[in-house]
Design a protein around this ligand. Structure first.
Ligand code: ADP
Ligand code: ZN
Length: 529
């Protein structure tokens, strides 16, 4: 005879078919759904597009009571509720954007047991009235969406998420399911401890997105490189271009539009109406390019985003993975393209040094940046390196730039010694610190005004590096930074030695470097006509 749990899980399959119109569960959806229906807690890590929503929607429909979903995506709640309503699911939301009438209606539906799902903004749980409301209703489960928002290291940190540990204290018998597309084991551990999900079963799906082609190219003229990429490989395609600053977003959107590529800007400096309009247009119209800061994208479900381009270095591998993950949700080939240069490193170090927070916090940020740099400068498969960061092992993918046109590696030990000893001499002999530009000018033997002014042409290293070009030297600096053999600090991005620099200077350590294969500016292998 079937046990009561079996019957319930069959109910899950029937619900999948009847309500959502799908035949079978995907990946580990089935196990997750069984766990929650059975009353257990779950921590779910699944890449974007993996199908997280069903993991709480189906248990909410199968179990008695209302499934309460905590989500930071207030702007998308209406859309989510509308989509569920068309499927015949009884859903509502409570957040600060709605008027009193709408709120009352949702509240009474909740109390009358006439809702299957109730979406709440995290801040709602800070108000006594919402907590009191929940106390009076029958709750099937709590789903905590975008659970990485509880992580103080991540760029999506929301202080209100910290208070969600109260769910367990107040409603100890209600199962909780936390979901995120952020994948490191550190983030996972942080979510579990902060949300008091120590006893939750963990469900970790593979984070590989095989249809996304990863490419990272040296930044020269980023907007032109981007244009080249879009014209040669993505004409008429929808995509997202991420920039660090609002000003750069505006400029880039304008530049693309002037060059015949329809583009819209999105950043926190635009008024709410413009932002909402641009977002809607991007979702509904074909072939639009959204140029945005990272304020854009969480929860955006547009299946046919064909490319995600970064004109500036993301702050962490997690950020990079999340942002690039918005490409190709439909499973079709898509491009993740990043242009990065030395200036990015200098700028980000500066931001870290001047950021609020204690030393531990700044160290955390610096470690994130270092991992991102290591991904940029790797000589191995990007996907292997990316998945390794998330604790997954993989074999070379054949669908990233290093697999498609392997960079040569070269013995950069002598170059590294020259560069490091320039930094050392400036410091030891002159008690000075400079940025990369000055050291490179010295190595190339250039008598610039600044070189003459400081008498740097009398250093023994002056002119000893003419075998490499300026671009080569910049690549050397980037790679030394990525390998932790050099560091930048301060407002001017001055170069300083690290503990490990000495090993290179004393010839105890060899340095292998990546030589960029000859490619077009956008990194495509088909030359522009
Ligand atoms: P996530 O929240 O993990 O990014 P979604 O829950 O939005 O992903 O699901 C991504 C897409 O996959 C949606 O269009 C959803 O309807 C679809 N989907 C989810 N589960 C299944 C399934 N078992 N069979 C077919 N399609 C599914
Ligand atoms: Zn690869």
């Amino acid at each position: 005879m079937a046990s009561p749990t079996d019957q319930l899980t069959d109910e899950a399959l029937r619900t999948l078919r009847r309500v959502f119109g799908y035949d079978t569960f995907r990946g580990n959806q089935r196990e997750i759904i069984d766990q929650v229906i059975g009353g257990g807690d779950a921590l779910v890590l699944m890449p974007t597009g993996g199908g997280k929503s069903l993991c709480y929607q189906i248990p909410a429909l199968v179990r008695d009571g209302v499934g309460v979903v905590i989500s930071p995506l207030i702007a998308l709640m209406q859309d989510q509720v509308d989509a569920l309503t068309t499927l015949g699911v009884r859903a509502g939301f409570l957040n600060s954007t709605q008027d009193l009438d709408a709120r009352r209606r949702v509240e009474s539906a909740f109390l009358a047991g006439e809702l299957d799902l109730l979406y709440l903004a995290p801040e709602a749980l800070r108000t006594g009235s919402t907590v009191a409301l929940l106390d009076r209703g029958d709750i099937a489960l709590f789903a905590i969406d975008e659970a990485h928002c509880v992580s103080q290291w991540g760029h999506d940190f929301r202080p209100d998420y910290l208070a969600l540990s109260m769910l367990h204290e107040r409603w100890p018998t209600v199962p909780r399911i936390a979901l995120t597309a952020t994948a490191t084991s550190a983030t996972r551990a942080e979510i579990a401890s902060r949300l008091k999900l120590e006893d939750a079963r963990h469900f970790v799906a593979s984070f590989d997105r095989p249809n996304i082609q990863y490419r990272i190219v040296p930044k020269r003229e980023p907007r032109k490189q981007l244009l080249d990429l879009l014209r040669t490989e993505h004409p008429g395609d929808a995509g997202i271009v991420y920039c660090l600053s609002r000003a750069s977003v505006d400029k880039t959107a304008e530049f693309l539009t002037q060059n015949g590529i329809p583009a819209l800007p999105y950043h926190a400096g635009l008024d709410a109406v413009t932002r909402a309009t641009n977002q809607k247009r991007f979702l509904r119209e074909d072939g639009l390019v959204m140029v945005a800061t990272i304020a854009f994208g969480m929860g955006i479900d547009k299946p046919d985003v064909r490319f995600v381009a970064h004109l500036d270095l993301p702050k962490s591998v997690e950020g990079y993975y999340q942002e690039t993950g918005r490409a190709g949700r439909d499973g079709l080939p898509s491009t993740a393209w990043l242009a990065y240069g030395l200036q990015d490193v200098v700028q980000q170090r500066k931001m870290i040094d001047s950021s609020e927070g204690d030393l531990a916090h700044r160290r955390g940020l610096a470690a994130h940046l270092d991992a991102m740099l290591a991904l940029c400068e790797t000589v191995q498969c990007r996907r292997v390196q990316l998945l390794a960061y998330f604790g997954e092992r993989a074999t070379p993918c054949g669908n990233c730039d290093t697999c498609l046109s392997p960079p040569e590696s070269w013995d950069g030990t002598v170059a590294a010694q020259k560069l490091l000893s320039t930094v050392l001499r400036l410091h030891r002999e002159r008690n000075q610190k400079f940025g990369a530009g000055q050291s490179i000018d010295i190595l190339l033997g250039r008598k610039t005004d600044k070189v003459s002014q400081y008498g740097h042409d009398s250093l023994t290293v002056f002119g000893v590096g003419t075998e490499l070009s300026e671009a080569d030297w910049r690549a050397v600096v980037r790679q030394l930074l990525a390998q932790g053999l050099l560091a930048v600090e301060g407002d001017y991005g001055t170069l300083v030695l690290t503990e490990s620099s000495r090993d290179v200077l004393s010839r105890q350590r060899q340095v292998t470097m990546r030589r960029e294969p000859t490619r077009t500016a956008s990194g495509s292998r088909t030359p522009t006509s």
